[in-house]
Design a protein around this ligand. Structure first.
Ligand code: SAJ
Length: 402
């Protein structure tokens, strides 16, 4: 039996996937409300295919509890925030998840950590806790790789990395993941697995920063960045990503900081990329001001931000560019004045937040597309008379760009 500890964005789909592939699973979370919701037959976030997977897992007998189980394998998938001040990983959730597992774990059990951690975190924070007690417990790091919006598909098809001290233990854990994972599973050591994961997200961050920098250069030089990227990408070895209003989410906007924090003198491109991407929300504010001037639009109340989540068709708002932007708006363009709407966000999070598209559109003269949800793409005809500033390059009509 596998005890999955932490039933959030990663733990829940992983537990469900294992359960629907013949593995006995009990999911544990200390959040009583979350466990109660799952036990009432409801999922806790929206994700393509998740509800169906959940129903199938219930049929295969998955259980959810606040209790840590006595078993031979634990999977810890808890958040790893970063300490903003020092730019280093905050491993406290991982450590408490491991401690909870250790209390229940019998001799020779294995604790697999799926959470993203910076290289060296296991040696620094986890190993001492494990070694401080008498039982022998194996530690494994199997960093998650799934992308929100396509999690179910990617769980099945992505290649995986498994870092273990003992290759035999690594192979044993590989077998469990191979129950559902159709990709290649590489067994390596723990530090390599830690570093690989952070490197993957850093690679993407740097490439997005390059696209964002190009957008600014092309604006200055009066060139069409999208046309330039499209043509450049016809080269067989060029693959430029898309500029956007910033980088959000809990992964790409966080993980590169671990390297900057741990290797301050060496992580130069990485730091610059972070700064460029973090600067994008402010750049969008600057563009809004420019466009308002150009259009003679003076009333900030008539500007509407479409999209609050960090990217399209997910309900995750962590580190979202729109929220970053609202925080950074100053008196000239006050965040409390613009209208905001996102079909995926039911809770009231910010001032002037709308919950219906038509009401939102009727209340604005200028729409800033911050997120390319399918909903807006299906309703472009309603925006014909609006001034549109499209930060995602999805709008088919006349509009402003980054
Ligand atoms: N973005 C752009 N331009 C692009 C691509 C993305 O501006 O061309 C923005 C998005 O709008 C979003 C942010 O970047 O705000 C990040 O989005 P994303 O879709 O690139 O990635 P995440 O954060 O949803 O998921 C990433 C994935 N990592 C990589 O692709 C290397 C995923 O595989 C990881 O599992 C995940 O991080 C994680 O949890 O670490």
């Amino acid at each position: 039996m596998i005890n999955v500890i932490g039933l959030g964005y990663i733990g829940l789909p992983t537990a469900l996937m294992m359960s629907t592939h013949g593995v006995e699973v009990i999911g544990t979370d200390y959040n009583k409300e979350l466990v109660a919701t799952l036990n009432a037959g409801k999922t806790t976030f929206k994700e393509d295919g998740l509800d169906e997977l959940f129903q199938n897992a219930l049929k295969s007998g998955i259980k959810f509890s606040t209790e840590y189980q006595v078993t031979d394998t634990y999977i810890v998938s808890v958040p790893t925030p970063y300490e903003k001040k020092y730019k280093t990983v905050d491993a406290s959730y991982v450590v408490s998840g491991v401690k909870a597992a250790l209390e229940a774990a019998p001799e020779n059990a294995t604790i697999v950590i799926e959470s993203t951690i910076s290289p060296g975190t296991i040696d620094k924070y986890v190993r001492p806790v494990v070694e401080a007690q008498e039982k022998h417990i194996n530690i494994v790091h199997a960093p998650e790789r799934i992308i929100p919006g396509n999690m179910v598909y990617e769980l099945l098809h992505n290649n995986r990395t498994i870092g273990a001290d003992d290759p035999e233990v690594g192979e044993k854990i590989k077998k469990i993941y191979a129950s559902f994972c159709q990709g290649e599973i590489t067994v390596t050591d723990i530090r390599t697995a830690e570093m690989t994961k952070v490197v993957e997200n850093t690679f993407r961050d740097i490439n997005i920063a390059f696209a964002n920098e190009l957008a600014k250069i092309c604006r200055e030089g009066n060139m069409d960045v999208y046309e330039i990227i499209r043509i450049a990408n016809q080269h067989p070895r060029v693959n430029i990503l898309s500029p956007g209003p910033g980088v959000g989410g809990h992964c790409i906007s966080v993980d590169p900081w671990f390297l900057v924090g741990d290797y301050p003198g060496l992580a130069n491109i990485i730091l610059q990329a972070r700064k460029i991407n973090d600067g994008m929300p402010r750049y969008v504010i600057h563009r809004i001001s420019q466009i308002m001037k150009e259009e003679g639009l003076q009333d900030v109340h008539r500007v509407g931000l479409y999209g609050l989540t960090y990217k399209e068709n997910v309900d995750d708002i962590r580190e979202s560019p729109t929220l970053q932007m609202l925080e950074r708006m100053d008196d000239a363009l006050s965040g409390g004045m613009v209208q905001v709407y996102d079909p995926f966000v039911e809770k009231d999070l910010v001032p002037n937040q709308w919950h219906d598209l038509d009401g939102f559109l009727n209340s604005v003269d200028m729409v800033v597309i911050m997120v390319g949800h399918d909903e807006i793409k299906e309703n472009f005809d309603k925006m014909k008379d609006k001034i549109v500033f499209d930060t995602r390059h999805i709008y088919s009509g006349k509009c402003y760009h980054l």
